[in-house]
Design a protein around this ligand. Structure first.
Ligand code: NDP
Length: 349
């Protein structure tokens, strides 16, 4: 259980769940894991980040991922692809990364910023299931829906939320949980993770009626809908744990940027009723990146156990030609740039 502060002052009931603190503690363990990996395999875990186009918000998230990866010793590489890339070209780049035995994790930054029509679901399904560190491949989704939560890639934001809930000392088993949102990235897998942690879960979405009444039953509330300050104080069961995934910019003349970030929960009101609450920023956000790093390192260990031989080189005899995730040859990324390839790669190190 973490040390805590109250939201604003001790007169509010809610204690803050500090995502920066929890993620810092997890990162300290990850540094040790990377060290062990280097000792065992004489290699560094490598994360490839694919970005199509140049969205400013994506650039900010990617910078955070590169910086955090560097902090724990992961070699994160950004592969920046032009906005006019076709789906076939994007798939070809993914295939090369799938087949590179020195790449352990691949993420595709979403949303895809392309001038061509690209089927995001189809593209995500082409990432090797052994390297799907965002946990968005249908196979990994399916595993979670079957209750397989060990030795698989769990989606980062929901897994981070579970860590935050547990950091309060709360035993999830038997609790009533409500998730607002059913997206593939946050709400959907969040509900699954709560179910397999033995909570009784209700999912609300844009067609749900009487959301306040449903939320009033929640011992644990996870808000992931993308609507600023949507959840109000009189919806909250006294003593509930409230996890706010929302990141919503709203105009604020007092800020140099002209805006400030708020969550999906009205924290001023909710902090008077809940027992624990995540701030925005500084709650769920840092945990998402932290879980990405954890997935990359765990995945690198699994990959090495599955595919490297005793000399820690790729063991061709382990290659199953029927698989969709099988390493074949190493992509020389530097060479791709030098030859005027269709990608630009920046290393975080
Ligand atoms: P999506 O837009 O993909 O999904 C939003 C979900 O909320 C949908 O299921 C939608 O319902 C539901 N919803 C929308 N409006 C309402 C409403 N009025 N009442 C009830 N349900 C509603 O968003 P994401 O899941 O990707 O993200 C949710 C929030 O989390 C966003 O603010 C996003 O910025 C943030 N986020 C934060 C991350 C972090 O690291 N902290 C990471 C990822 C996201 P329906 O399915 O019916 O359309």
């Amino acid at each position: 259980m973490l040390s805590f502060k109250y939201y604003k002052n001790v007169n509010s009931l809610a204690k803050l769940i500090d995502g920066n603190l929890v993620s810092k503690q997890i990162k300290e363990n990850l540094i040790v894991e990377v060290f062990k990996y280097k000792q065992l395999y004489n290699k560094t875990p490598v994360l490839a980040i694919l970005q199509v186009g140049d969205r400013q918000d994506s650039n900010v998230y990617i910078r955070m991922k590169l910086k955090s990866a560097e902090e724990v010793g992961i070699n994160a590489q950004l592969m920046k692809l032009p906005k006019n890339i076709t789906e076939a070209q994007l798939l070809s780049n993914i295939n090369k990364l799938n087949n590179d035995s020195d790449i352990h994790g691949i993420i595709l930054q979403l949303p895809i910023d392309s001038s061509n029509s690209i089927d995001t679901d189809h593209v995500l399904a082409q990432i090797s299931i052994d390297k799907d560190v965002d946990g968005l491949h249908p196979f990994n989704n399916g595993q979670l829906s079957h209750g397989v939560t060990k030795d698989v890639f769990l989606p980062c934001t929901p897994n981070g939320c579970i860590h935050l809930i547990k950091s309060t000392g709360c035993d999830i088993e038997g609790k009533r949980a409500v998730v607002i949102g059913r997206s593939r990235i946050v709400g959907g897998p969040m509900a699954q993770l709560l179910i397999w942690n033995n909570a009784t879960v209700t999912v609300c979405h844009s067609r749900t009626r009487d959301i306040p009444d449903i939320v009033r039953q929640a011992d644990i509330l996870v808000a992931a809908l993308g609507k600023p300050e949507f959840v109000k104080g009189d919806w909250i069961k006294p003593g509930a744990i409230v996890i706010d995934c929302g990141i919503n910019p709203i105009p604020d003349d007092t800020k140099k940027s002209g805006y400030r970030l708020v969550g999906d929960v009205d924290i001023e009101e909710v902090a008077q009723v809940a027992s624990w609450i995540t701030p925005v920023p500084g709650g769920v956000g840092p945990m998402t990146v932290c879980m990405l790093l954890k997935n990359t390192i765990d995945g690198a260990f699994r990959y090495a156990q599955k595919y490297y031989d005793k000399d820690n080189t790729l063991d061709e005899s382990l290659i199953d030609i029927s698989g969709d995730s099988i390493p074949i040859h190493k992509l020389n990324i530097e060479e791709t740039i030098a030859n005027g390839g269709d990608c630009e790669i920046k290393s975080a190190q």
